[in-house]
Design a protein around this ligand. Structure first.
Ligand code: ARG
Length: 607
């Protein structure tokens, strides 16, 4: 018996899962062992004429059963119990089974969605996992750049979707807050800005001291690096500071903490603007575990010495020159590596956090780092076999010309400036539109423009396949046409307007909830599209491509437009029909709001 199968009629809004479970049962019932071994192969129908789903299991069974696929399909249908959800299935072509959702089922789902606008009656997963999402993760005293922005935006959306699905998500900011660069920074701080350290705990007052503005840490970093590169004795003193830092010298730790605090404040500005919440757990958190990791690798027989360093040789991958790949875990001087910290983090997440799945959202440039870390974690047992480790790579952010993303003067773009600029342009666009209507910008309009500007930056990033490089264009992302945030936000506000007009002009006096009428083809198509959201989320949970949700939203907005063209709402022939169409508007609006919310984007009621 398949326990995964939901009880009859209660599919939690996931008809595809329900049908898949039913196919599994039918396969066993009809074909015994051969059926049990077969995959149900249920997918969305490739064309609306074929219904909502198709099952392709019959083709794969032709060989093992030595029978014609069409006959197998017929036997499968005879054993299949989906009458609650679907019209009687039919066979097409060589043996595809087409499944069409029953209008009554669609009506009942729309009604359930109408009554639960916040979750749209989508059930939480029956198999909740503990999922760590490691994202954003800028480096202390270095610039938080557009790559970190992408990680922040994509990571936040993945968290929101996984949380919505009912998983227990731990959002971790694996900031680079440890390493040899701190020797240089601390030495420079001590020698150039001793006041900063004398002033107590590194509060507001101590940010600027004398000539050096350590409030601008990036600038500070540059100056320290210049000194470091040009002054051998400074270099020596820096090395000594690293040793003291690692030994836990209280004065050095205080300097380190000051630097971390200053960076943290700058990062937090960006997180606040974006509305992203995450817990800082930087590299330093794992310091005390690094020695243990080396020991475990040694005990497991994985550790080898290579040119004085401790390494683990990687299996199944070679360097370009055909030499063996080695993951360095401890340098000749005893220092640990980025990879050592990641190995320790894998173990800590597996054991202390009891994670079932860990996602690492970074640029694709780190793909081989994670391949290597995951392999070593597996072979050494630092990661148990049940733990799923996934790198979620993304491409580069480029300028409109396809080159490196820079300001007009050729400098790197500060994230705060980038976000401010998007908001500024959104406000400017809005001001122009309002001026045409003889209106001006008030407080409320500014707040709206802010949401549009920030939404545009997020949506532009999320609507791209994350693995492609992405060209940053204010004009494109802020356009009211195409698959953009302003377009989707506008679609939402427009539907809200339609709803308001349709319900205030003449109040509707029909049953509550209204009976959903799906007679016009555009009504039916819209309703079927509305039913697809849970599937899109399930796929997103598995494959981690937020652009699928954006594509769905764009498709939904097109279906809505067709519906609105073909089916008058306010001027519907009967009150009953009007109520039904208003309900379709409401569910569409709620679907857009929920989906944009999962993308970290706020809707506005009027635009
Ligand atoms: N700090 C790194 C960077 O800026 C990203 C860290 C990603 N997470 C990890 N566990 N390695 O590239």
């Amino acid at each position: 018996p398949d326990t995964a199968r939901p009880t009859q009629g209660d599919d939690g809004g996931r008809p595809k899962d329900y049908i898949e479970a039913a196919v599994r049962q039918a396969l066993v019932k009809a074909f015994g062992e051969a059926g049990a071994a077969a995959a149900p192969m249920v997918t969305a129908a490739t064309k609306p004429e074929f219904g909502d789903y198709q099952c392709n299991a019959a083709m794969a069974l032709a060989k093992p059963l030595n029978a014609k696929p069409r006959d197998i399909a017929q036997q499968l249908i005879d054993a299949l119990e989906v009458a609650d959800l679907c019209d009687p299935p039919d066979i097409a072509g060589p043996g595809f089974i087409n499944l069409r959702l029953k209008p009554e089922y669609i009506q009942s789902r729309i009604t359930a969605m109408l009554e639960d606008e916040s979750r749209l009656a989508i059930a939480k997963t029956t198999a909740p996992q503990r999922i760590v999402v490691d994202f954003s993760s800028p480096n202390i005293a270095k610039e938080m750049h557009v790559g970190h922005l992408r990680s922040t935006i994509i990571g936040d959306t993945l968290c929101r979707v996984l949380e919505f699905q009912g998983h227990d998500v731990l959002r971790l900011n694996h900031v680079g807050d440890w390493g040899t660069q701190f020797g240089m920074l601390i030495t420079y701080l001590k020698e150039e800005v001793p006041q900063a350290l004398a002033d107590g705990d590194g509060g507001e007052g101590s940010i600027t001291a004398g000539e050096v503005d350590i409030g601008d840490l990036v600038e500070f970093y540059k100056k320290a690096k210049e000194r470091f590169d040009g002054d051998a004795s400074f270099k020596e003193r820096s090395r000594a500071e690293v040793v003291r830092l690692q030994a836990g010298d209280p004065d050095v730790l205080r300097a380190w903490r000051l630097l971390c605090d200053l960076s943290r404040r700058e990062f937090q500005v960006i997180y606040d603007i974006l509305g992203v919440k995450l817990e800082e757990r930087g590299e330093s958190f794992y310091n005390s575990m690094l020695g243990g990791v080396i020991e475990e690798l040694r005990e497991g027989g994985l550790l080898q010495e290579s040119e004085g360093a401790q390494v683990v040789f990687i299996e199944g991958a070679k360097n370009r020159d055909d030499s063996a790949q080695a993951l360095i875990v401890q340098k000749t001087d005893g220092g640990y590596m980025y990879s050592t910290t990641d190995l320790a983090a894998v173990k800590q997440r597996a054991t202390q956090e009891r994670a079932d799945r860990v996602l690492y959202v970074t640029d694709s440039g780190q793909a081989s780092h994670f391949d290597q870390v995951f392999q070593v974690a597996r072979r050494s047992g630092l990661a148990p076999p049940s733990l799923q480790l996934q790198h979620v790579p993304f491409g580069l952010v480029q300028g409109e010309d396809g080159k490196k993303f820079k300001t007009r003067s050729g400098d790197t773009v500060k994230l705060k400036d980038l976000l401010d600029e998007a908001v500024r342009i959104a406000a400017e666009d809005m001001e122009k539109r309002l001026a045409e209507e003889g209106r001006g910008m008030g407080e409320e309009e500014r707040a709206v423009a802010r949401k549009v500007g920030l939404g545009a930056v997020k949506y532009a990033d999320l609507s791209m396949n994350r693995e492609s490089n992405y060209r940053f264009s204010y004009a494109k992302m802020l356009s009211l046409q195409g698959n953009t945030a302003p377009y989707m936000m506008y679609a939402y506000a427009r539907i809200q307007g339609i709803r308001r007009r349709a319900t205030t002009s003449t109040p509707i006096s029909t049953s509550d909830p209204p009976r959903i009428v799906l007679e016009h083809p555009a009504e039916l198509t819209l309703a079927r599209t509305l039913l697809r959201l849970p599937e899109v989320l399930t796929e997103l949970e598995r494959d981690l491509y937020p652009n699928r949700l954006c594509e769905y939203l764009f498709d939904l907005s097109q279906r809505f437009n067709q519906f609105y063209e073909g089916c008058p709402v306010n001027a519907a022939a009967t009150d009953e029909l009007r109520a039904s169409r208003v309900a379709l508007c409401s569910v569409t609006a709620a679907t857009i709001k929920l989906s944009l919310g999962l993308l970290g984007i706020d809707v506005v009621e009027k635009l």
